[in-house]
Design a protein around this ligand. Sequence first.
Ligand code: FUB
Length: 332
Amino acid sequence: MGKSEFRKPLVTHIYTADPSAHVFEDKIYIYPSHDLVNEGLDDGKGDHFQMKDYHVLSLDDIGAVCTDHGEALHIDNVPWASKQMWAPDAAYKNGKYYFYFPAKDKDDIFRIGAAVSDRPEGPFKPEPDYIQGSFSIDPAVFVDDDGRAYMYFGGLWGGQLEKWQTGEFVRGEEEMTAGEDGPQGTQTALGAMVAELNDDMLSFKTKPQEIKIHDENGKPLTADDKDRWYFEGPWMHKFNGKYYLSYSTGPTHYLCYAESESPTGPFKYKGRLMEPVVGWTTHHSIVEFKGKWYLFYHDSKLSGGQTHLRTVMHTELEIAPDGTITTIVPYE
Ligand code: FUB
């Protein structure tokens, strides 16, 4: 398939975003957010993202018609959650499919929940409480070749990551502008968090630790390095034995990636994965299918640029033997 055949909405009957793609049962399953039209304010704190449920999509093959398997989980069935079901992910282990999702709890604090199914498309049965020790948004679960599973998570501003710098949630002033309570200027930027999961895939084995991304001189990226800093949307892929953490830079709208010898880092910044798309957020996943690599991502073109009404799509990636990814220019 050429570039023009890719890079089109996978479905148009609903708005979808934040696609986490995995190969299960020889098909590509896509776990997106389900964007809804709403009156929420675009205030930099994400209040216009008021999602209430998840649909699972799948592709039998590249170029096939995308199937919507319908609602896989609704917020009304999650006892601990109050609102804002944001970017999810899924994993397979021990004969079960695990679905991970962030939502605000009854105290307006983002937590990460888990739900289980026998089928990749769900429906998923949520656990009664969120994963203890979890916080912030955008879970991405990576199961390594040795069977160990890691959850990457965390997002700034509306995702509340900077409110956890002391290890406890510090609410801050209501009128505070998004990001004011995080590191500034030449201070070290905050990183994504990583925690190893227990074999039950429903609890943390290790306390979440912050991932540092270093520049070409071995120095951690700083808060003013906004073309390269970590903002949200972590994803992990392994290529030729090395680990690649990719992520969104938020206000500068890039997708970037960094390389490590270990799934928990430290990582060295390696490059830009994708130039900005129409819309504010970029959020992606990377998956290998039948010997080729694909990027799943979203833009806001279908909704005329409304930042909270997005559509998932995919394209092929070119990865060199040393892990370097050719930067995607989305509309070329
Ligand atoms: O979909 C809501 C939020 O927008 C996600 O959690 C972020 O990654 C951004 O895409």
